[in-house]
Design a protein around this ligand. Structure first.
Ligand code: FMN
Length: 395
């Protein structure tokens, strides 16, 4: 995913320096060219040799080391970077960068680079909460530095609080967002639904569908990477909650209806990727029903969220449609009746399309009558195709 991108990782001298090894290993798996520089104090915690072995590149440790070829270490690192990450970032290095100090290989490279710099602070809670650290971080943010916020948890010093290095997943997410995406949806509000709904039969049984939520989660993630403020209304799925996104869980179709309707006002784009059950059980009971009583289930219709949203919309509305036959006919009918700006339709019987896959093959039907047939692509790529089209309508 990060093929052709150079990530310069600066490691400073905190206990979490050992976690730089994991981060480098993850970056290599994503095919990033990973170059490492370390402060002198970082080498008290982890050896350059370990990080060299993992990054498969020489590790820069000395600002004044004679260069092998005639290129000055910090300048060539700074120029090569598509993004620079300081992980872990000590209180000391944050303070130095915030005040323009460049007295080692890491801070001098930061000073010399034009690439986006991401800081991943890790320190004792008191150090983190210290107004000096907070002011330094605020100043750096205002200057355009990104911060992978530290988590709360048990710290190496034995206390529990804020200051734990952000998860490798979160740091990688920030790297991907900063290197592969432009913030073209900054200031926009995007509401996405994902996953299945569940309709209760009794207190132990329910009716649901095979939706994995992957498509909706991909749209929410892409919108967030593009700078939008995102709310994800999710049915029960096996996917981890997305960070920096407002996660709202809804179980039944009626709960999802309420969750969406109460948040639709003010949205710029609504993407309805959830597979909402059409029916609920009219004779649902409390407790566990005896199986003989379940041979006949009486069903009644659920509210139609897309139809409701399509009535008076002042946002871009995108619907989804999945069929096993006559896709174009049913999708066109849904487009007409429910009034989304466009509908993303996929045929469950096509290889690479459907619920639990990581890819999709879709047709996009527009209100103008135009139909596009998109080739098979990852759900992440399709999410961007959908947002590209929504953005054009938004203009
Ligand atoms: C055992 C030990 C653990 C430390 N852990 C941290 C830490 O997690 N975060 C931090 O900001 N400083 C930590 N420090 C303090 C830094 O090492 C110290 O401020 C140092 O000057 C940082 O240097 P550097 O920023 O140039 O790498 C630790 C010090 C010691 C001795």
């Amino acid at each position: 995913m990060l093929n052709g991108k150079t990530v310069v990782l600066g490691v400073s001298g905190g206990i979490a320096a050992y976690k730089a090894a994991e981060l480098i290993s993850r970056l290599k798996k994503l095919h990033a060219d990973t170059r490492v520089c370390m402060t002198k104090n970082a080498q008290e915690f982890i050896t350059p040799l370990t990080l060299q072995g993992l990054s498969q590149n020489p590790v820069a440790t000395d600002l004044f080391a004679p260069p092998a070829a005639w290129e000055i270490g910090h300048i060539s690192l700074a120029a090569a970077a598509d993004v620079m990450v300081i992980a872990p970032a000590t209180a000391n290095i944050i303070g130095k960068i915030a005040n323009g100090i460049a007295d080692d290989i890491v801070t001098t490279t930061v000073m010399a680079t034009k690439a986006q710099v991401i800081l991943a602070p890790a320190m004792n809670t008191n150090m983190y909460d210290n107004p000096v650290t907070q002011q330094n971080l605020a100043r750096l943010k205002s200057l355009g530095y990104a911060v992978a916020e530290p988590a709360s948890g048990r710290l190496a010093c034995g206390i529990t609080g804020r200051g734990k290095l952000a998860d490798a997943d979160d740091i990688i997410e920030e790297i991907i967002a900063r290197t592969l995406y432009t913030k073209d949806l900054l200031g926009k509000k995007v509401l996405v639904t994902a996953g299945p709904t569940r309709e209760k039969i009794d207190d132990v049984r329910f009716i649901t569908n095979y939706s994995s939520g992957k498509m909706g989660y991909a749209v929410a993630r892409a919108a967030r990477r593009r700078g939008a403020e995102v709310t994800l209304v999710s049915g029960k799925v096996a996917l981890a909650p997305l960070k920096n996104i407002e996660m709202v869980y809804a179980d039944s179709a009626r709960q999802m209806y309420d969750a969406v309707m109460s948040r639709a006002d003010g949205a710029d784009i609504i993407v309805k990727a959830a597979a909402v059950g059409d029916f609920r059980v009219k004779n649902a009971v409390s407790g566990k029903a005896k199986k003989e009583s379940l041979l006949t289930l009486e069903l009644e219709k659920n509210p139609d969220i897309l139809m409701e949203l399509g009535k008076n919309k002042n946002f871009v509305l995108i619907g989804f449609c999945m069929e096993t036959a006559d896709l174009a006919v049913y999708a066109a009918d849904k487009l007409k009746r429910k009034n989304p700006d466009f509908i993303v339709a996929n045929d469950l019987t096509r290889e690479g399309a459907g619920f639990a896959t990581d890819t999709n093959v879709v047709k996009i039907l527009h209100q103008s009558g135009e139909t596009e047939d998109l080739p098979i692509m990852s759900k992440d790529d399709l999410a961007n195709e959908i947002l590209d089209r929504a953005k054009i309508i938004l203009k």
